[in-house]
Design a protein around this ligand. Structure first.
Ligand code: HZT
Ligand code: MN
Ligand code: MN
Length: 429
């Protein structure tokens, strides 16, 4: 395999990658990146060293990305995400000696340290930068999934349950908003008219970075994307210790629904999808399990408050359709249910499959492709049995009505004692 290098020697990598990390909002870097990659796809070698202090992303990384992050960050210190001050009532936290002490404690305790999630987030930024460049109409969905997941496995230095993919790569198209990834035999080819949601999960020691963006190849849906990006950012801004979940939903909806989009000469309102939500994340569990909290995308009466130390995936979905999803199509995503009942399994194939799941995924979501690559075959009956027994949860694709278009943007945030950290923020979204 030939990997062209985007940059100079790896020795420069640490400094440069950090420059381009989380909160570099130099706009002309984005333009620069585009110039370097549009066209025939051959122009991969771009001199970056010259542009001081803003050489664009992933210096020291290859294309496709294959350099493990420990090579780029030998001291094990990963870039902080975007820091946002808590709002009005909570601004005292910034200077509170008690809260600063809590922060120090968190930084010292290896089980609580933020380095795990920051490493996952840096992998996310580097993988998605490549995904954005490489994904083109004409590609099969399977190729797209592999391109992303091969990158994630390499950069996170996949190792058992210590580091790896956080959940199956979501590649939902058009009216489908979430939880589609190809199964073996899938023949779908990406079209230039498609609206593709790219939802990537990376974990380090169970700390999952859950972040997603939307790709289009025609300008028609630019406003839809702007609406959803703005709604997600409004949700992030509103989030904070003691913030009420219902109020965050209201602001998300207000922001989202202040946009409209013109499609084929018709003006359509953008609707917040009313039955999708953001969620807490706890180690090895993409949604906070029994005590999980959800952040709806519409105004509601949930008085539950966010709390110090929580991790949230703040994600919003906009739609040109009804703004409601239903389960539709073949299922690809699954996850073991935390606290599943101890059901004795009579079906030997199900017992054996459960062993595989326990060993390779524990409670992390997985998809059929991941079972295929582990050498499992003809497992569908067993898998369906585990679902029927309440041991595994299935997560079928979630789609709005035919003809509707949906978009998503998502970030993982951490409610630190003194400050809100938008872990997955990049110079792209
Ligand atoms: C479930 C299965 C997966 C969590 C949200 C989500 C992608 O809709 C409580 C609130 C991956 C993730 C999830 F394989 N879901 N974020 N990114 N999907 S969810 C949910 O099931 S549970 C939202
Ligand atoms: Mn996601
Ligand atoms: Mn999520």
């Amino acid at each position: 395999m030939t990997h062209s290098t985007t940059t100079g020697p790896a020795i420069d990598a640490k400094v440069d990658a950090r420059v381009t990390g989380a909160h570099d909002d130099d706009d002309d870097i984005d333009d620069d990146e585009q110039d370097a990659t549009n066209g025939d796809g051959k122009k991969k070698k771009k001199k970056k060293a010259k542009k001081k202090g803003g050489s664009g992303a992933k210096v020291g990384q290859t294309e496709p990305p294959r350099v493990g992050l420990s090579k780029l960050f030998p001291d094990g210190v990963y870039p902080e995400g975007e820091l946002q001050e808590y709002k009005d009532d909570n601004i005292w936290r910034t200077t509170s000696e008690e809260k600063r002490a809590a922060e120090r404690a968190a930084m010292e305790d290896p089980s609580l340290t933020y380095q795990n999630i920051r490493r996952a987030a840096e992998v996310h930024r580097q993988v998605r930068a490549y995904a954005r460049k490489a994904i083109r109409p004409g590609m099969r969905m399977m190729e797209i999934a592999d391109l992303i997941e091969d990158g994630t496995r390499a950069l996170v230095e996949e190792s058992g349950l210590e580091s790896g993919i956080g959940f199956p790569t979501g590649l939902s198209l058009n009216n489908c908003a979430a939880h589609y990834t190809p199964n073996a035999g899938d023949t779908i080819v990406l079209q230039k008219e498609d609206v593709l949601k790219v939802d990537i999960g990376v974990h380090v020691n169970g700390r999952i970075c859950d972040s997603a963006f939307t790709l289009t190849f025609e300008p028609t849906y630019n406003n839809l994307l702007e609406a959803v990006k703005a709604a997600t950012n409004a949700g992030i801004r509103e989030a904070g210790i003691d913030a009420r979940l219902g109020e965050i939903g209201a602001i998300i909806q207000e922001t989202m629904e202040s946009y409209e989009v013109e499609v084929g000469g018709k003006v359509l309102p953008v609707k917040s999808i009313e039955n999708l939500s953001g969620h807490t994340i706890v180690p090895y569990m993409i949604h906070g399990g029994d005590r999980g909290k959800s952040v709806l995308l519409v105004k509601n009466n949930d008085q539950t408050r966010m709390e110090e130390g929580e991790y949230y995936a703040i994600e919003t979905f906009g739609s040109t359709g009804r703004g409601r999803v239903v389960e539709s199509g073949d299922c690809s995503h699954y996850a073991k249910i935390y606290n599943a009942p101890h059901t004795p399994l009579r079906l030997q194939t199900a017992k054996s499959l459960l062993k595989t799941i326990n060993k390779h995924f524990d409670t992390l979501p997985f998809c059929r492709r991941y079972l295929d690559r582990l050498g499992e075959s003809k497992y569908l009956l067993a898998l369906n049995h585990l679902v029927a027994q309440g041991i595994v949860q299935d997560y079928p694709p979630l789609c709005d009505q035919r003809g509707a278009m949906t978009a998503q943007f998502e970030h993982t945030i951490l409610l630190r004692p003194t400050v809100k950290e938008v872990i997955s923020r990049g110079n792209d979204y």
